[in-house]
Design a binder for this molecule. Structure first.
Ligand SMILES: [Zn+2]
Length: 93
């Protein structure tokens, strides 16, 4: 498997219209359509696009979709939805 090249990583971001879920989000514009988006400060990527543009890109390309989540994002999402701790599969009884 080829090493991941940050130039090839596309970060899929929620449009700001969807709300601000983390106070320290970085705000900017979708690299495809220019709408206002937000992303986590630790998320790697040179190209950032909104969720609707990602859907269109992937449907148009016909390529398989590979989605990865960083460990930091995984932990933040678990904490946000209240699933951290006992519901983590690694700690389930
Ligand atoms: Zn967009």
């Amino acid at each position: 498997m080829k090493d991941e090249d940050e130039d090839e990583v596309v970060l899929i971001c929620l449009p700001l219209a969807a709300g601000v879920y983390f106070a320290d989000n970085i705000k900017g514009e979708c690299d495809t359509c220019g709408c206002a988006i937000a992303w986590r400060p630790h998320a790697p990527a040179r190209r950032r696009i909104c969720l609707p543009c990602a859907q269109k890109d992937f449907l148009d390309s016909g390529r398989p979709v590979e989605i990865r989540v960083t460990a930091e994002s995984r932990a933040e999402i678990r904490a946000f939805i209240g699933a951290a701790g006992p519901r983590d599969p690694g700690t389930r009884h």
